[in-house]
Design a protein around this ligand. Structure first.
Ligand code: 0WE
Length: 259
């Protein structure tokens, strides 16, 4: 059966393990026929990735990437352009803040902690778009997407500086949408409900957040990385050809509730 993304070339940044949002997206894109390139942060993560990709229907390209280093972004663009002459889909699923910034009072956010969180979690979208621009332009109809969270616009306990970083990410997404639209490049964000990923493990009160959503979300359930993958397929596809600058909520409706 022909997939929705047959022959499309996708770069997915942010796979750490099988629970990652980025892995749910990678699997869904591959299922729809896309060719994949994935990045890993360190050799430790490469071992994980090598094992994970054996589940995919087609071979994938793998590249190292540290999103905080311009030279690393440039090296990725060079390496990818040796393999592919265009890029149709770019997925950004990267975030990091120091764990001490995600507990306690927001007022105690440090300058360093702020800088790190916004560098890794928000600037990296701009940096990736910048180095991939020639390949994305060559697509003629490329789709960039980033993963965000409700904590960008509402205050959630302990999300703290990550809320600021996600607000910056969403704003950068809109500025990129305006800037890159003339090159036929769409830019959107998926605001996913919470899922127990590596980034969420060790977050105080996470399990009770999941329980709360099950009680209060319109659909009375939590979401999965597969749900996020299917939304990513839509945004990557031609069915979304006039959707850009948007935040698409994949949260069982949770964000519409007032109380
Ligand atoms: O965006 C995220 C994950 C962000 C994140 C989480 C961590 C925890 C471990 C970024 N950096 C770190 N650094 C660490 O050392 N989510 C939407 C998941 C998440 O993270 C939270 C949440 C939710 C939801 C952190 C605090 C409160 C709620």
């Amino acid at each position: 059966m022909a997939g929705l993304l047959e022959g499309r070339r996708a770069l997915v940044v942010g796979v750490a393990n099988k629970r990652s949002m980025a892995w749910g997206i990678a699997r869904a894109l591959a299922r729809e026929g896309a060719d994949l390139a994935l990045t890993y942060q360190t050799e430790r993560f490469k071992e994980n990735l090598d094992e994970l990709v054996t589940e995919l229907p087609r071979p994938v390209l793998e590249f190292p990437l540290d999103v905080t280093v311009d030279g690393s972004l440039d090296a990725l663009a060079d390496a990818l352009s040796r393999e592919w002459d265009r890029l149709d889909v770019l997925v950004h699923s990267v975030a990091h803040a120091r764990s001490d910034e995600l507990a306690g009072r927001f007022v105690n956010t440090s300058r360093d902690g702020w800088g790190l969180a916004l560098d890794v979690s928000a600037y990296s979208l701009v940096g990736l778009a910048r180095v991939m621009l020639p390949l994305l332009k060559a697509s003629g109809s490329a789709s960039i997407m980033a993963l965000t969270y409700l904590g960008s616009e509402r205050v959630l306990p302990n999300y703290n500086v990550m809320g600021v970083a996600k607000a910056a990410l969403e704003s950068a997404m809109r500025y990129l949408a305006a800037d890159l639209g003339a090159d036929g490049i769409r830019v959107n964000a998926i605001s996913a409900g919470p899922v127990k990923t590596l980034a969420a493990s060790g977050v105080k009160g996470f399990s009770s957040m999941l329980h709360e959503i099950e009680q209060r979300a319109p659909l009375r359930r939590n979401i999965t990385t597969e749900d996020v993958g299917n939304a990513a397929v839509f945004l990557a596809s031609d069915w979304a050809r006039n959707i850009t600058g948007q935040v698409l909520f994949v949260d069982a409706g949770y964000h519409v509730m007032g109380i």
